[in-house]
Design a protein around this ligand. Structure first.
Ligand code: NAD
Ligand code: DAU
Length: 332
């Protein structure tokens, strides 16, 4: 039994990971989360109290981070400002949390010689043409497009520098787009599902030909646990599940699964600098660490996610009106 510190454990992917850890290991979990607009304690409310300690705090708070690292056997770092559209509106918090926050954790890992796993994104690699036969691999050059993805790229480079310069025992992973329960309604899939529930037309940016490589959050969690257990210090692992789909097909599938005409959506202003396509080659994770995804059927996973949002309106309703007002002001 170990004490695993999870930063950002009240957010979407972090809370899914906490559920996964408690369900699949006997580790004790400590969550450090600032409970920004994206954090929600209700995402952890059904977990056993004797397995979970929650600490409300900021990853840029060095004394707090130092104290928590002194008691942790390993740290998994999810906390971030995560939404591209917000980063176009107000980039500053992205620099503070994603860059300074990661730096703060690295200094604590260095001092306490703590095992650290850094969670990152495929967006650090920029985007691909629709017909490019190549996919992202661990050796694809960094070429981020947005304030969000550039701060994530910066955080990755800090981790690599602290490994090389100071011997910090860190691994990194870059994952593709996640879907599943507990995702904030600002993001594409939950926004459209909750729009349909509310009788609002789903909103597709531009023509909707942009491709994302979807993976269920549970598969992301099992991959991260595999890397934490078996990953080689200093190495980067790409996480994906062969889930490429364009946004138009996803919106039409959501409408079909929710019993609506498949053209009952509207095209809205496109995102500035909108990345065209992400695609992950996860050969390294599969061949070197023996990991494979379990959720092969996107339609079944999406149907279960839709049902989760139908069953948990109390979880998402408080955020919905504010999110739609933010988008409406941007013509989205
Ligand atoms: P999210 O926005 O849902 O959650 C972020 C969490 O971090 C929230 O609970 C928030 O309160 C917390 N947080 C933010 N700033 C903090 C700070 N300064 N101190 C402490 N806590 C803070 O994000 P998510 O979608 O769950 O993403 C989690 C991580 O996974 C991020 O690092 C993101 O870059 C990465 N990632 C996300 C995806 C995806 O599809 N969502 C894919 C690949 C990688
Ligand atoms: O690839 C991993 C990344 O996936 C993570 O690093 C980010 O944290 C996560 O937010 C996600 O980034 P995206 O920008 O791809 O996700 P988002 O849900 O914002 O949008 C997905 C696609 O859907 C994108 O092409 C924009 C489009 N979109 C989005 C919204 C909110 C729409 O067409 N309509 C919408 O209303």
């Amino acid at each position: 039994m170990a004490n695993i510190l999870v930063t950002g454990g009240a957010g979407f992917i972090g809370s899914n990971f906490v559920h996964y850890l408690i369900g699949n290991t006997d580790h004790h979990v400590t969550v450090l989360d600032a409970l920004t607009y994206a954090g929600n304690l209700a995402s952890l409310s059904d977990l056993p109290e004797d397995r979970l300690t929650f600490v409300k705090g900021n990853i840029t708070d060095a004394p707090l981070v130092d104290e928590l690292f002194s008691k942790a056997d390993a740290v998994v770092h999810y906390a971030a400002e995560s939404h591209n559209d917000n980063s176009l509106d107000n980039p500053r918090p992205f620099l503070d949390t994603n860059i300074v926050g990661t730096f703060t954790l690295l200094e604590a890992a260095r001092k306490h010689d703590t095992r650290l796993h850094h969670i990152s994104t495929d967006e650090v690699y920029g985007d691909l043409e629709l017909d490019d036969p190549e996919r992202f691999t661990e050796s694809t050059p960094y070429n981020p497009s947005s304030p969000y993805s550039s701060t994530k790229a910066g955080s990755d480079l800090l981790v690599r520098a602290w490994v090389r310069s100071f011997g910090v025992r860190a691994t990194l992973s870059n994952c593709s787009n996640n879907y599943g329960p507990y995702q904030h309604v600002e993001k594409f899939i939950p926004r459209q599902i909750t729009n349909v529930i509310r009788g609002i037309q789903p909103k597709l940016y531009g023509a909707g030909e942009n491709v994302r490589d979807w993976i269920h959050a549970d598969d992301h969690s099992s991959a991260v646990l595999t890397i934490l257990d078996k990953g080689v210090i200093g190495e980067t692992y790409l996480i994906g599940a062969d889930g490429e789909k364009n946004n138009k097909d996803v919106i039409e599938l959501i409408l079909q699964l929710m019993g609506q005409p498949k053209d009952a959506y509207e095209h809205v202003t496109d995102r500035a600098g909108h990345d065209l396509r992400y695609a992950i080659d996860f050969t390294k994770l599969r061949t070197e660490l023996g990991w494979t995804p379990r959720y092969g059927d996107f339609e079944a996973g999406l149907a279960a996610t839709i049902q989760w949002y139908r069953d948990n309106e109390a979880w998402w309703a408080p955020a919905k009106d504010g999110v739609e007002a933010f988008y409406a002001a941007r013509g989205q």
